[in-house]
Design a protein around this ligand. Structure first.
Ligand code: HEC
Length: 175
């Protein structure tokens, strides 16, 4: 069955258990291994072609008004010191469009085309935040601001505990 109309939230990976109750207009092909489809414009034809996405995003909330599935509630992170983060690895995650993709929203050193939705993270070290606070920012910012647009990387299972520790080490090293 193939239907069109809605893109799943691009930052999110599949989570088991929520796929039931998908809206009828979700862009997916249930018979395919990778269920989620993405549109591609067929030049000068007025048509779109639908191709499999790299990942199955069908477990994630869509932009459809028909989508009545509940999203995961804001979650307090269970952070424990010491940080044990690797800043170089954190930087790689921040720049990787398939992982943190922090650069899509934040200005970070060494990238000419950063996003401007989030804070400038240059000089973040000088703000002197505790690691636990920064960990919570990345794990689930909604605890601090329910209306944030920053994806809850930890609560949604997009990044692991170690990934977030590496990112904390990275942003805390920016001077
Ligand atoms: C979709 C856009 C978006 C993405 C992607 C994003 N952020 Fe954010 N981030 C924001 C916005 C907007 C804020 C401002 C706070 C708010 O919304 O409440 C923020 C806030 C922050 C803060 C807190 C700044 C402070 O006040 O101390 C940190 C740290 C941060 N982001 C790090 C990251 C990291 C690391 C990543 C990648 C894993 C990331 N962000 C990905 C949009 C984004």
């Amino acid at each position: 069955m193939r239907s069109i109309g809605v893109a799943a939230w691009a930052f999110c990976l599949a989570m088991p258990g929520l796929a039931a109750g998908l809206p009828e207009d979700a862009a997916l092909d249930r018979s395919a291994d990778i269920k989620t489809l993405v549109p591609r414009v067929v030049v000068n034809s007025g048509r779109l072609e639908w191709e499999p996405h790299k990942r199955d995003l069908s477990a994630w909330p869509t932009l459809s008004h028909l989508d009545r599935r509940a999203t995961i509630r804001p979650q307090q992170a269970a952070y424990s010191a010491p940080l044990n983060g690797d800043a170089a690895r954190g930087r790689a995650i921040a720049m990787d469009p398939a992982r943190g993709n922090c650069i899509a929203c934040h200005t970070l050193p060494g990238e000419d085309w950063p996003g401007s939705v989030g804070h400038l993270l240059l000089g973040y070290k000088r703000q002197g935040h505790a690691d636990a606070y920064v960990y919570q920012q990345i794990y689930d910012r909604r605890v601090l601001n329910p209306n944030t647009v920053m994806p809850p990387f930890g609560a949604f299972g997009v990044l692991s505990d170690q990934d977030i520790r590496d990112l904390v080490a990275y942003v805390q090293s920016l001077d």
